[in-house]
Design a protein around this ligand. Sequence first.
Ligand code: ADP
Ligand code: ASP
Ligand code: MG
Length: 412
Amino acid sequence: MARIVMKFGGTSMAGIERIRHVAGLVKREAERGNQVAVVVSAMAGETDRLVQLCREAASLYDPREYDVVVASGEQVTSGLLAITLQGMGLNARSYMGWQLPIRASGHAAALIDHIEAEVLERAFAAGGIAVIPGFQGVTELGDVATLGRGGSDTSAVALAVAMKADRCDIYTDVDGVYTTDPRIVPKARKLARITYEEMLELASVGAKVLQTRSVGLAMRYNMPLQVLSSFEDVPGTMIVADDAIEDRDMERNLITGIAYDKNEAMITLFGLPDESGTVAKIFGPLAEAGINVDVIVQSSPIEGQRSALTFTVPKASLDHCLDALARHKAEIGYDEIIHYTDVVKVSVVGVGMRSNPGVAAKMFQVLAERRINIFAISTSEIKVSVIIDMDYAELAVRVLHTAFGLDQEDAA
Ligand code: ADP
Ligand code: ASP
Ligand code: MG
């Protein structure tokens, strides 16, 4: 007997017919004698719809109330799956975040502090299947909190850790992790295995197949994680520790994958005073507003002139960011502010980069050959990211995928 968390994403839960299919997969796992907790997402498109309603209600909405609204999608699907399982004769029950409880701090991108496993233990002891809405927790004050977009993955891994599960299976609408998004590059290759570290980096630069935090959590607790399809019964991708890949040197590519992120906005502040403390005055208020800043580029001023600073923030934080900067304009002392939303961040990722120089140079060369202009660059030990015009997103990913030798061999 094994203890398993099965997580189903939005497309897998989109409608009663899909939910019935999911119930069949859960039933199969339970009939193998396993103890199963199921974590579900809202139906595909539902969270987007709820977020849009909040925006329409007020552009600078209160995050507490946003959570009240957006958490509702998962409540619906968890109840529906429990009803469907019961209809199949199984002993299933849904448990909301506050009922376990899943304790969390903050709003809109809340962090999980602790999950009580006692309720689940009792359910398992009685031979039951627990269905839990992903994406939600409860704060110290008893308010509903949500974990950021894609957060059901993190709910699933956190739950797997709390109940000491043998593995956490993430069922989605693709049959594994690919070298890049298979929806935009048909030549993308499925990876049988990928390390936690590489998956973490790929997810953090936009490969939304897993929420970044879920991978970090799995890595920290060494929780076996698997990505597989809820549509097709084929092997998925295992996410494993670095030392589990023995044939790394002989068989692996320099680059593991390429990701893109269309959810960033770029902001440039012109006419900044060339003196110490200016950058701190800009990012201090943004940190206070809970805004994550990503790529940062500062132009060095010519003697005696003022400088410019460019950075990116999630599009969802743009209004809050512009508001914070406007409120601190006098203190920061900039002349002008411009923002762009038609940009994309394209990143190449691979641990092989550590020992092989020249990845960035090759990336810039490949983009230059296609006359794709680079607005900003950022790098880490195993990643190079560039910000470019949104119109070139697909083209850039495709040409880089080919240039780094990632295309499927038998692809046309
Ligand atoms: P779910 O609703 O199941 O959580 P998501 O839409 O969040 O599903 O994530 C699955 C999607 O991730 C796929 O449909 C695919 O388009 C996208 N994706 C992006 N990068 C990758 C990648 N490297 N491998 C697989 N899928 C990817
Ligand atoms: N429903 C939430 C979202 O769309 C959480 C999730 O699906 O992981 O972001
Ligand atoms: Mg997801």
